[in-house]
Write a protein that binds this ligand. Structure first.
Ligand code: FE2
Length: 193
């Protein structure tokens, strides 16, 4: 079965003013769709057709890995956003943030520094290591935590196509908007037991 473009989990106008409908149309409707289309074109008629997308990411290399990982990363990223997002995490996630970063401000500072320091295109992640600790991770280009041992909890797309429509090349302003949209309930739902 070919992979289909999942619907945005909110209306295309719902993330305004931080991300415009035009930006989401381009990012979700064109870039994300193009990655899925490229995956489908490459696996059609092969024995990879029956794999789930995360399995395909773990078992592919080269140009197939690039488009499969980008497809998976985008699906995860759009779930990390919500029109009523932002603020601070609650409950067990809040306790883990305090334990491993000190407080939310320090988590955000470390995340922002990682995002601003990443040259070119890539992703910034909040991940949970196998031992339970939370950490910030960056991946270049299509890189994804799926190929390592850590569990992705939160993703920020640092490819310029994610923010150019609304913020031109101002990555720092995009990050300010991003924090107002983070869906902490989704992030918490990704924690290991
Ligand atoms: Fe993207």
């Amino acid at each position: 079965m070919p992979f289909e473009l999942p619907r945005l989990p909110y209306d295309r106008t719902a993330l305004q003013p931080h991300l415009s409908a035009e930006s989401l149309d381009l990012h979700h409707g064109r870039h994300y769709r193009a990655y899925l289309d490229a995956v489908n074109a490459r696996i059609a008629g092969t024995d990879l057709e029956d794999l789930a997308l995360d399995e395909l990411v773990r078992h592919s290399q080269g140009s197939l890995f690039d488009v499969a990982a980008q497809a998976w990363n985008h699906g995860f990223y759009f779930q990390c956003l919500h029109p009523r997002g932002g603020g601070d995490p609650q409950g067990r996630l809040a306790e883990l943030v305090t334990r491993h970063f000190g407080d939310m401000r320090r988590l955000r500072d470390e995340f922002d520094q990682a995002a601003l320091g990443l040259f070119g295109s890539g992703w910034v992640w909040l991940v949970q290591h196998p031992g339970g600790a939370l950490a910030i991770q960056t991946t270049r280009n299509a890189g994804t935590p799926l190929t390592g041992n850590s569990t992705p909890l939160l993703a920020c797309d640092i490819w310029e196509h994610a923010y150019y429509t609304d913020y031109q090349n101002e990555r720092a302003r995009y990050l300010q908007g991003f924090w107002k949209l983070v869906n902490w309930d989704f992030v918490a739902s990704q924690l290991r037991d």
